[in-house]
Design a protein around this ligand. Structure first.
Ligand SMILES: N[C@@H](CCC(=O)N[C@@H](CS)C(=O)NCC(=O)O)C(=O)O
Length: 228
């Protein structure tokens, strides 16, 4: 069993970081929580000192480096119970949804950046974003109705919920309509690990200009709840 250090970046902005962080917290897998904040628009050289891709998240298991949010989750699944659902049907759904999130939803990712403390009014949704939002709604509603909720693949929090956790913040920040999937959005935002992440995001003092311009470009900022 691992002696884990999970390296992540700013709570407010770092959506890929949130995935393994919230999974490990929800499954109660202990780890040392190391934060490496963004100091500039591209942090490649600085992050290369601990990450082969120059990106976060990175999991250190003793002297082994495990990188990429999907790589980390697959690694954890071989060592810990509960990363995937036990039954084959929800497990297949969870694996496919996780892969879909990892490789897709680029309009959502580009046009609705994660910025936990900010609320944005969007002027319009272009065709690509409308397509992503419709697919999100479909996937959330299917998971909840097929497996009975309250999580996307049934009664327990799994990697599928962790992979969509940043989307819950994006849905709230940008006021996206995910239909019946809103029940899941509210459920995950109320999870103690998500509440802790959010509290840290609101308190952290780091502002990084390129992330600030991204959120400004996504619409009109109507509320900024960050305390620093
Ligand atoms: N495919 C990677 C993507 C990771 C990624 O894009 N991380 C961003 C932060 S959320 C990063 O480290 N960016 C480096 C930078 O902004 O300089 C993963 O799943 O872990």
């Amino acid at each position: 069993m691992g002696d884990y250090t999970l390296i992540t970046a700013n709570r407010n902005y770092s959506s890929w970081s949130l995935r393994p962080w919230v999974l490990m917290r929800a499954l109660e897998i202990p780890f040392f929580d190391r934060i490496e904040p963004f100091t500039r628009a591209v942090n490649y050289e600085a992050f290369r000192t601990f990450s082969p891709t120059g990106q976060v998240p990175v999991l250190l298991d003793g002297d082994r480096t495990v990188w990429d949010s999907l790589g980390i989750v697959l690694y954890l699944a071989e060592r810990h119970e509960g990363v995937w659902p036990t039954d084959e049907e929800p497990r297949a759904f969870a694996m496919c949804g996780t892969a879909e999130m990892h490789g897709g939803f680029s309009a959502l990712r580009n046009q609705c950046p994660m910025n936990v403390g900010v609320r944005v009014a969007m002027e319009e949704h272009d065709a690509a974003l409308r397509k992503d939002a419709a697919r999100l709604r479909e996937l959330f509603e299917e998971g909840l109705s097929r497996f009975g909720g309250p999580w996307l693949a049934g009664p327990r929090f799994t990697a599928l919920d962790a992979f969509f956790a940043p989307v819950a913040f994006r849905v709230r920040t940008h006021g996206l309509d995910v239909g019946g999937g809103q029940a899941w959005v509210e459920h995950i935002l109320a999870h103690p690990a998500m509440q802790d992440w959010e509290a840290q995001a609101l308190e952290e003092g780091w502002r990084e200009p390129s992330h600030e311009s991204e959120i400004g470009a996504s619409g009109t900022i109507i509320e900024d709840l960050r305390r620093c």
